[in-house]
Design a protein around this ligand. Structure first.
Ligand code: ADP
Ligand code: MG
Length: 250
């Protein structure tokens, strides 16, 4: 028996997808993998002026990605906007793009992470007396807001990334080691270019010991950052090669 060609079936009505589903689908296009999630959170910390960024992963990031910084923190009047789509403190209109000096400006990362996982944010703005713990639903709405003592800065906790997209979640868990390896490369790149920012990342598997993933010292020199990531031997090789190449050009 011949299979019926799709076009032979009666045409289905073209209808809009409901807003919640659109948000969920589009969020998966913003945060594509573990590397993007970590990159977006680190960029936010750097944009907030942090000089110290701590990343805590559980199960290679599949269970938990937690990024803590000592940046400016979030003011209470901005709590609602933090995780709403296209809400940003970095630009107001298209013309601002000419002068943008931050990594982020689209206001999509936190809203997408909320749609894809369980997000909790702990923050204390420099003007606040006490910090706040904020729990968000998948639409980026605050569901819990409680006082939480902490130093100035922000911690974003992302639990069970992609669990709201079951097929992606399964693939993510199946390929977690590959995802992790790619994420480490991205993180290393940010460690090298982020001069004056100390970045420390650990991973814990099961109840095991925390294992160091990357660690920099907050040096103002790219060379020292390369040394912290790849070892001093690599710096000598890289700089040596660079000098030889420069000599050839001259
Ligand atoms: P974008 O970075 O493009 O503005 P995000 O969704 O990543 O969008 O963040 C939304 C807003 O939340 C930022 O504009 C910033 O004001 C605030 N924010 C996010 N992360 C931090 C952080 N670690 N410290 C202080 N403010 C933050
Ligand atoms: Mg951002």
């Amino acid at each position: 028996m011949e299979a019926t060609a799709p076009c032979a079936q009666p045409a289905k009505a073209i209808k809009p997808i409901d807003h919640k589903s659109v948000h969920q689908i589009c969020s998966g296009q913003v945060v594509l993998n573990l590397g993007t999630a970590v990159k977006e959170l680190v960029e936010n910390s750097v944009d907030a002026g942090a000089t110290n960024i701590d990343l805590k992963l559980k199960e290679y990031g599949a269970d938990l990605i937690e990024v803590s910084d000592n940046g400016c923190g979030v003011e209470e009047e901005n709590f609602e906007g933090l995780t709403l789509k296209y809400y940003t403190s970095k630009i107001q209109d298209f013309s601002d793009l000419m002068h943008v000096g931050t990594f982020g400006f689209r206001g999509e990362a936190l809203s997408s992470l909320c749609a894809l996982s369980d997000v909790t944010i702990f923050t204390c703005h420099k003007s606040a007396k006490v910090g706040t713990r904020l729990v968000f639903d998948h639409n980026g709405k605050i569901t819990q807001k409680t006082p939480y003592p902490r130093q100035q800065g922000t911690t974003v906790s992302v639990q069970q990334l992609f669990y709201t997209l079951p097929v992606r979640h399964k693939e993510f868990q199946r390929n977690i080691k590959k995802e992790y390896a790619k994420m480490v490369q991205i993180l290393q790149a940010y460690c090298i270019i982020s001069t004056g920012v100390r970045i420390n990342c650990t991973n814990q598997v099961g109840q095991g010991k925390k294992h160091s993933v990357v660690c920099t010292t907050g040096s103002c020199s790219l060379k020292e950052n390369i040394g912290a990531i790849f070892g001093q031997k690599q710096v000598i090789l890289t700089v040596g090669k660079g000098e030889k190449a420069a000599a050839r050009i001259c």
